[in-house]
Design a protein around this ligand. Structure first.
Ligand code: GYE
Length: 306
């Protein structure tokens, strides 16, 4: 039987499900792995995928969603680049009877009926994991520990939450001080550029906390160019655990990585099918994740999928 929200008789009649998906962009290794996972699992599930790349711009995502509504797709899924400003377009999808699924990043809409479920990581917990490792490393510190932070895309859920979770934990030890914090937009190029500026402005950086591996990898280039040793002169923590990040950890250049799993495709396709069939889905589906020290990264690398 058709779900009452099925806008398209194709799926309602047991035919092929059409899903419009608006992706954030192609800003990082994480994102490439996420895109691949979604494309491959749509294919495996026999779901007709209309894929649109927003190049990190909310206006492009809003346009893509409106076009999916016009095309009367069965389901719209998207990874919102920023948290705010979605109510109007999500209301349009709701009025058109097209169910929406959030993947990877959250929206801050108060009206939870605007989407069926949110599949993705707990970014606050990721920030806490980074903070806990640091607190433990410096529990006997006699002097101030100067931390610089490379934030993800301004206004994005992972940037907001990874910052908040980290701050919450390091507040336990007043010696741990964030002396500079700026966005590097989740890219290598920006990570490098901002780290260069940090190194110029501050002679005494002890720790870098980067909200993703790509920014850490860019920053490593800047640190090496400044004649310093990443992982030794500056302790580095990052998030994601994509292959290049794990390699840098295995090489001792990144000291600690918090994993963020990009392989959300299979869970998304399951949720899409359930929603089209009119079944209830859990409003929040959280992905399981771990952390890696250099030693653990070395051991995990050979079998790493992304
Ligand atoms: O950590 C980063 C990417 O939203 C979890 O986006 C994702 C983040 C990921 O650009 O590398």
């Amino acid at each position: 039987p058709a779900g009452q929200d099925s806008a398209n008789t194709g799926a309602a009649g047991g035919g092929t499900i059409t899903m419009g998906f608006s992706q954030v962009g192609a800003e990082s290794g994480w994102r490439s792995a996420n895109t691949k996972s979604i494309q491959e699992s749509a294919k495996d599930a026999g779901i007709d995928l209309k894929f649109s790349d927003a190049q990190q711009k909310q206006e492009n995502q809003i346009k893509a969603i409106r076009s999916f509504i016009q095309q009367k797709v069965d389901v719209i899924a998207f990874s919102p680049v920023v948290e705010s400003g979605w109510d109007t377009v999500l209301k349009e999808a709701k009025d058109a009877g097209i169910p929406v699924i959030l993947t990877d990043r959250a929206v801050d809409s108060a009206d939870k009926s605007l989407y069926r479920t949110f599949i993705g990581s707990d970014f606050v917990e990721e920030g806490r994991k980074a903070g806990r490792w640091l607190v433990e490393q410096y529990k006997d510190a006699a002097e101030d520990i100067n931390i610089v932070e490379l934030q993800g895309t301004t206004g994005s859920a992972p940037a907001n939450d990874r910052k908040a979770g980290f701050e919450e934990i390091i507040a336990e030890n007043p010696k741990l001080k964030v002396i500079a914090s700026q966005t590097g937009d989740f890219t290598r190029a920006k990570g490098k550029e901002v780290m260069q500026a940090f190194l110029k402005a501050h002679k005494d950086i002890d720790v870098l906390y980067a909200h993703n591996d790509d920014m850490a990898l860019g920053a490593i280039q800047a640190i090496e160019a400044a004649g310093l040793k990443p992982g030794e002169d500056i302790v580095i923590i990052s998030v994601d655990a994509v292959k290049d990040g794990m390699q840098a950890a295995a090489d001792g250049k990144i000291n600690f990585i918090v994993e963020c799993n990009p392989l959300l495709g299979p869970q998304l396709m399951e949720a899409v099918k359930a929603v089209v069939e009119g079944k209830e889905v859990e409003p929040r589906i959280v992905t399981n994740e771990t952390t890696f020290t250099s030693e653990e990264a070395k051991a995990a690398l050979p079998t790493r999928e992304y």
